[in-house]
Ligand binder design. Structure first.
Ligand code: L34
Length: 279
């Protein structure tokens, strides 16, 4: 039976450290969270981030915009936040309504305030192994592996999903730690052939029931990044948890796994940004 990785507990520990360090700065760090539209899941996640900020002694400036906001109005808001000295981090919650150009919005965020680590400058710095910030979800996964002393070097790591915000940076960080990394995606032929070889399996697809017990090697470490709703509206990941748990050596639950770690790593990035700005 797998050990359940307690993301909530580790996130609390990281937030405690972040709060202690933030308290020593000459000025309170600040985060601007921009939410466009009324997506209910995004509202929950943003509320969680604002709660984390309060716990860490970080000031949060919420900016709620209507779903019909124009690209130009959103870019103008970002320009103002880029110039606001109280704001150390600017986060635009994704996904944006369909008429908005997400990449153009990300590109408009000042790289030194890009606490998501989505801007191409920061993605590049991370990819060459000289990071300014680390992407929150992949960094959260790495922190969980390290906390439980799970070795990465030489291990077969399989990442399901190739998004810019999770799959690609996840693969980069595992590679930097000397994992042997395979990325699978919607066009992969015979995905189970890959997953069955994995010592560390990270699923970030967003499809309930994607990872079944027959796809997991005995003793594998299984990390579930997804945030899906099942037919009863309950939060669940990609992994068939009940069936996979007996086979795995370590497994993350949803909720209480990667989600809280993403938010804790965001707090760390805001602290790092505040240090850049206050140096
Ligand atoms: N810009 N957009 C930007 N940055 C991000 O880092 C995100 N992401 C993803 C969506 N859009 C984003 C998040 O914050 C997903 N995500 C996220 C973060 C935290 C949680 C879920 C998604 C989270 O706290 N999950 C809780 C349960 C929350 C609930 O009850 O719904 C958990 O325990 O997993």
């Amino acid at each position: 039976m797998a050990v359940r990785i307690d993301g909530k507990a580790l996130a609390a520990k990281i937030k405690g450290q972040t709060a202690a360090e933030a308290a020593r700065l000459p000025r309170r760090p600040g985060l601007a969270v921009v939410l466009v539209g009324e997506d209910p899941a995004s509202q929950v996640y943003v509320a969680g981030k604002e709660r984390d900020c309060a716990e860490c002694g970080i000031e949060s400036f919420g900016r709620r915009l209507g779903a019909e906001t124009s690209q130009e109005a959103l870019l103008e808001l970002i320009r103002r936040l880029n110039e606001d000295p109280r704001v150390d981090g600017v986060l635009v919650q994704l996904p944006l309504p369909g008429h908005l150009d997400e990449q153009a919005v990300i590109n408009a965020i000042a790289p030194d305030k890009d606490v998501d680590c989505f801007h191409p400058f920061n993605v590049g710095r991370m990819a060459v192994g000289d990071p300014v910030f680390l992407p929150c979800t992949p960094a959260g996964v790495m922190a969980m592996l390290d906390e439980y002393e799970i070795p990465i070097r030489g291990k077969r790591c399989v990442v399901l999903g190739r998004s810019n915000i999770v799959g690609k940076p996840m693969a980069a960080l595992l590679t930097q730690r000397d994992g042997t990394v395979t990325i699978c995606h919607s066009q992969t032929e015979d995905m189970a052939r890959h997953t069955r070889e994995a010592d560390i399996l990270v699923s970030a697809v967003g499809r309930t029931g994607l990872v079944t017990a027959d796809m997991v090697k005995e003793g594998a470490v299984v990390i579930d990044v997804a945030m899906n709703r099942d037919e009863n509206g309950r939060l669940c990941g990609d992994v068939d948890f009940a069936a996979v748990e007996p086979k795995a050596s370590y497994i993350t639950p949803v909720p209480g796994g990667v989600g809280p770690m993403t938010r804790a790593c965001l707090m760390r990035n805001i602290l790092a940004a505040a240090r850049l700005h206050q140096a």
